[in-house]
Design a protein around this ligand. Structure first.
Ligand code: NAP
Length: 496
């Protein structure tokens, strides 16, 4: 008998671990506290899971600290093979992970499958990088010492992830930490913890020893993580989330001079020059704006378009946005899911309303969608005045504000007029111009005639208030390694 969609969803939810993972055991939170995880397309509860308190957080760090020494001594190949088995398992169970992400986060199933491919690739990439943490042996310039450098795991890490990419944000941190030989406490976002729970189970099945990964979902983020950040046994915090929370964590981390990686907010400019292939730019704009309903740190947040092509670009972009279909991500016809919660939807509308009041013209959309769930209409705003609030804050929704520019200098000035520095996109057929603009843009990631550039093999991260550190690429492993220098007396000294 073929299961109905509702039965398939229930069967999957029934298999998600609902406890805290501490020292290799799934256990209840102290006092039995739980919280509900809801479906943003309907507002209905999907599952209740354990709600960690400060004592549980401490128990998780106890387990991570106890496991650290033995784990650091395992062979790199052994750690790599655990990651490789996890990659195979996540890939084999791609439909399950995709459905779970769609249920708790709202993105359409096709996009969720894309995230499984992207997120799993960190497991494969770091399974290969695990054996490449090389040091060096060389002579000091005057020949009196030999310089030996050794790469060592930094030690127990606190990993804090956001809700927008429930699998990929976890694998982007966990995979390099495993490869490097670090133990971990993971605190997933309270809005989307279920994917992390299922993924942790996959890692255990792949052979990850008890205590290496501990998972503490909680609705009291600060109360659980605050004491851990002060604890001398913790050696690193890796955070992905908003800039305001990142600033607070950095302040806390300064007390113990904790090593930090911060993947924070963005305000990506999307530049279209007069010589661009406008059709390609519109395709790129759709991808850079609408992936994840605009709820991505790399989402194009400001469209800066040369006056000569502004009308053509805006009209074609608005047509495409109008053709999108809102709906629950599980429906095949859905191209655009709901926003994560009512607060996010209301903030998006507040920004749109303020922009329209100051003179912007909605070409399409401009309001929340009616009915259940937290849907917002795909929106294009033309003639948005420079300096408007919508150009300064992360929109984190399906809204594209367009501003016109007249020359390269003005484009660069407008693009850099933000405290953020994560991603930018440039569309031009002139390669020299693209590279020249790239050199002038204050960002960590640049899409040149490309609207989606995240890739496990590339270093991902920002400058300015978008953070510090890099995830993915060869750089991603070094975030979890420290370098020890061993100075060796000249082995020729007694041969004189
Ligand atoms: P957020 O509110 O900053 O939360 C991120 C994580 O931090 C969540 O797990 C959250 O827990 C936790 N948190 C909140 N307050 C905390 C505190 N005082 N102490 C310790 N942890 C705390 O961000 P979000 O709304 O989940 O995610 C969206 C943001 O993430 C956007 O700004 C986006 O640009 C950014 N982001 C950046 C990247 C990147 O790579 N640069 C990637 C994805 C997202 P709760 O869930 O319990 O609140």
């Amino acid at each position: 008998m073929v299961a109905t969609i509702a039965e398939r969803e229930k069967e999957l939810l029934d298999r998600v671990p609902t406890g805290l993972l501490i020292g290799g055991e799934w256990r209840e939170a102290t006092g039995g506290a739980t919280f509900d995880v809801e479906d943003p397309a309907t507002g209905r509860t999907l599952l209740s899971i354990a709600d960690a308190g400060p004592e549980d957080g401490k128990a998780a760090l106890d387990a991570a600290a106890a496991a650290q020494e033995g784990w650091a001594r395992t062979a790199p190949r052994e750690r790599g093979e655990i990651l490789r088995r996890a990659f195979d398992a996540v890939t084999a169970r791609a439909d399950e992970f995709a459905l779970l992400m769609t249920l708790e986060m709202g993105k359409p199933l096709a996009e969720a499958k894309g995230e499984v491919t992207y997120g799993a690739e960190f497991l494969r990439w770091f399974s290969e990088e695990a054996v490449r943490a090389f040091g060096r042996y060389s002579s000091s310039p005057e020949g009196k010492l030999r310089v030996l450098t050794v790469k060592k795991p930094v030690g127990p890490c606190l990993l804090i992830t956001p809700w927008n990419f429930p699998l990929a944000m976890a694998t982007r941190k966990i995979a390099p930490a495993i490869a490097a030989g670090c133990t971990m406490v993971l605190k997933p976002a309270a809005l989307t913890p279920l994917t992390s729970q299922l993924f942790a189970q996959v890692l255990i099945e792949a052979g990850l020893p008890a205590g290496v990964l501990n998972v503490v979902p909680t609705t009291s983020a600060g109360k659980v993580t605050g004491p851990l950040i002060k604890d001398a046994r913790l050696r690193k915090i890796s955070f992905t989330g908003s800039t305001p929370v990142g600033r607070r964590l950095l302040a806390d981390a300064s007390e113990t001079v904790l090593r930090t990686s911060m993947e924070l907010g963005g305000n990506a400019p999307f530049l279209v020059f007069e010589d661009a292939d406008v059709d390609a730019a519109v395709e790129g704009a759709m991808a850079a704006k609408m992936r994840n309903m605009g709820e991505a740190c790399t989402a194009a947040n400001r469209f800066l378009v040369h006056r000569d092509v502004a009308e053509r670009f805006s009209t074609a972009f608005a047509e495409k946005m109008k053709a999108l279909t809102l709906g629950r991500g599980t429906e095949e016809s859905t191209t655009t899911g709901p926003l994560i919660d009512a607060k996010s939807r209301d903030k998006v509308h507040e920004l749109v309303t303020a922009a329209v009041e100051s003179g912007a013209t909605p070409l399409v959309g401009g309001a929340p969608a009616e009915g259940e769930g937290y849907f917002y209409q795909p929106t294009v705003l033309a003639d948005v005045p420079a300096g408007n609030r919508i150009l300064q804050e992360e929109i984190f929704g399906p809204v594209a504000p367009i501003t016109v520019f007249d020359d390269e200098d003005e484009a660069v000035r407008l693009a850099n007029a933000t405290e953020y520095g994560l991603a930018a996109y440039v569309f031009t057929k002139d390669l020299n111009r693209g590279l020249r603009i790239g050199e002038r843009l204050e960002v960590g990631l640049l899409g040149l005639n490309a609207g989606v550039i995240s890739n496990a093999s590339a270093p991902f991260g920002g400058v300015k208030q978008s953070g510090m550190g890099r995830e993915g690429g060869t750089e991603g492993l070094s975030e979890y390694l420290s370098t020890q220098y061993v100075g060796i007396a000249d082995p020729w000294a007694d041969q004189a």
